[in-house]
Design a protein around this ligand. Structure first.
Ligand SMILES: [Zn+2]
Length: 336
């Protein structure tokens, strides 16, 4: 249990609207020193915002109250009550409030064991936090980053696999391997591999099936595959079970005849991914080809034929930078 008491607390509250007409109460308690208009005076709005979002998108909030306490810790979660730093403000206060209340879904509704499967607690929470960032107040605190720029932070040689128990992951890298990289992995499954609709249905299926139970990571893998109808062993193996890097590259581009160009795409590291290829012709016209992950089943090079009257002058793999590509300097092949 957790509680807080102070003569100095300002106490405010607002109604939380839950699915099917149910209601809960968001509350905040904070001292005068924290009560700025861009600080704790917005806390209750943040509590209400993230809980309404998670309840609508994933699973209804299960407690009658949600209390945010301004305290001395950076952030810590308990059922129905969380503590966030009294010094937090603006996007920092939104971020920590969103994160600590997100724990009501992982590991409080879905009872993952943080000591064994840390990534299913902090990582899953960080993932849903990102979707709440996009949704809250038209993305007021959402700052998208291209994934090429994230790759070097996530892939380093001493990194343990996400699958490892938290106590055997080096302390300094747990923020990346326990929180951030698993969240990016779920973003990839959603944005690149399954698509939003199929992923969200599968993730909700997992939550519905494992609410108030204690799933292992194998249960998670099976739930996502069962709902999506897709074998994702290649994804779990590369992203979760191993620390395999992603590096897609443009290979040879050769004009075969007046209308055909052979375009080679390379998967230089061990982790396969589906990849988009953008082809630019001499008149500036561009077209795109979506290569499914299956092209890498027989090796790390794939060649396809592009039909065009115009000469192909450039080929770019992953033009929108949706993959965490470890080396983006080899992604474009120019053929002037
Ligand atoms: Zn956390």
């Amino acid at each position: 249990m957790a509680w807080a008491a102070s003569k100095a607390f300002i106490w405010d509250a607002a109604r939380i609207n839950l699915p099917e007409g149910k209601k809960a109460l968001a509350m905040s308690v904070y001292p005068e020193e924290s009560a700025g208009d861009s600080a704790w005076r917005r806390s209750t709005e943040f509590v209400k915002g993230c809980i309404e979002h998670y309840s609508e998108k994933w699973y209804p909030y299960t407690y009658p109250v949600a209390v945010n306490v301004a305290g001395i810790v950076g952030g810590m979660e308990y059922p129905g009550i969380v503590f966030c730093s009294s010094r937090s403000q603006k996007g920092g206060l939104w971020g920590v409030t969103n994160h600590e209340f997100g724990h009501n879904w992982f590991p409080m509704i879905v009872g993952s064991n943080e000591r064994r499967f840390g990534w299913m607690d902090e990582g899953f929470n960080t993932f849903i936090n990102g979707l709440a960032d996009r949704a809250f107040n038209n993305g007021e605190f959402y700052h998208p980053r291209d994934r090429h720029s994230l790759a070097r932070m996530m892939f380093f040689d001493s990194a343990a696999a996400i699958l490892h128990r938290p106590d055997v992951i080096r302390t300094g890298s747990y923020g990346t391997l326990g929180y951030y990289k698993p969240a990016v992995g779920l973003d990839l499954l959603r944005d690149v591999v399954l698509g939003e609709a199929r992923f969200d249905k599968a993730f909700k299926y997992y939550i519905d099936n494992w609410a108030f139970k204690h799933p292992t990571q194998w249960d998670f893998f099976r739930a996502i595959e069962n709902s999506s109808g897709e074998s994702l062993d290649w994804f779990w193996r590369g992203w979760i079970i191993n620390n395999w890097k992603v590096d897609m590259a443009a290979g040879n581009v050769s004009r075969r005849n007046d209308s055909t160009t052979a375009i080679q795409v390379l998967c230089l590291e061990k982790a396969p991914m589906p990849v988009v290829v953008e082809i630019t012709e001499a008149d500036g016209k561009t077209s795109r080809v979506n290569l499914p992950v299956e092209v890498w089943q027989t090796g790390g090079a794939w060649t396809f034929h592009h039909l065009s009257k115009g000469k192909v002058v450039a080929v770019t793999v992953d033009p929108d930078k949706v993959l965490p590509d470890f080396n983006s300097t080899n992604n474009t092949e120019s053929c002037p």
